[in-house]
Design a protein around this ligand. Sequence first.
Ligand code: ASP
Length: 422
Amino acid sequence: MSFDRNKLTLHIVVGMVAGLIVGGVLNLIGNEGWIAVVFTDGIFHVVGQAFLRSLQLLVVPLVFVSLVCGSAALDDVRKVGRIGLKTVGLYMITTAIAVSFALGAALVVQPGSGFDLPTDVEFRASEAPPLTAIIIDLFPSNPIQAMASGNMLQVIVFSILVGLALVLSGDPGKRVLGLFRDLNEVVMKIVTIVMMLAPYGVFALLARTFAREGFGAIAPLAKYFVLVLVVLLFHGFVTYPGLLALLARLNPVRFLRNVRTVHAFAFSTASSNATLPVSLETAERRMGIDNSVASFTIPLGATVNMDGTAIMQGVATVFIAGAYGIQLSVTDLGMVVVTATLASIGTAGVPGVGLIMLAMVLKQVGLPEAGIGLIVGVDRLLDMVRTAVNVTGDLVVSCIVAKSEGQLDEHTFNADSDDPGN
Ligand code: ASP
């Protein structure tokens, strides 16, 4: 089956634009009555969810099979540790940079000053789990349960264990590994098939989102909305390309070109998790990152690396402080950097969770959690953009780590030809 990515990208863009327009028009003429029943909550809902589920269904099998192959290729346990440390270190550093930028920009712009505080805001946040529970929870007591519940960190731990055991098991290990490598090809082929449905899927997802959301909620929050957007775009189009050029000596323009399809998926689904199959495919087949690195860094990134989310949380904290007329001290700001970095690690890669995790940051600096209620109206739109930043960050770090390990094929990275699906 041939697969022309240039054409596909073009079709996806057409689908996105059409979805935006159709959704916007439906919203303008009133998304009610038979229009809502037939289109928004009918056709668009069904097609969008079918597409989203087809992506989600791939996540666990893909991560498991791919990471078993990947960790089996790293025959040296020290190498696994080194790649792990580099990846986690870079994920945390880039997130801390992201929040710091966000805080700096928000302190200059002061998006919350002069904001009319409504009297009826309410938001009840759930408790964040303690650190000990988070660490214990990395280890699955039942791998099937971990897979069934989609607990990605547990699936990662189990897959690495299986991969290492295969290497250490001699001939039987080699035979089983052969099976996993074949399975990996098959699952990747399913990713390609689902990607071909993307133009219809993104159309339906965006048409429904925009029919329901509209832009009305933006006006009173314009300062906050635009500021988050600007910092997100800066991080995505300046910080990341800069880091790539500086640390990996890779052409940032090529990178941005290679990452386009991933952007489209992340924007339309607002979920790093659902985008994971496409991120992994792009990492290996467009960026030229070897499976031994990508199969580890990409799933880990989709689960713990959320720079876009941290940016929103940084700006939101200053906004909420301003709206309530509360001054943040320098210590508070330092606290926000640390907690937003941790909160973004704890944020699941699904729509809207970043906003819930914001409660953890607000609590840390003594701001009212009800403040979240102020910004909830524009969060879905920002979620789409921040998810695109989140997944871009995963790919940037993966490129840097792969390059430093000699595991990035620059020929593929710089290739003009866009036909990886054979
Ligand atoms: N939707 C984001 C993601 O999946 C998480 C969030 O910020 O809500 O990456």
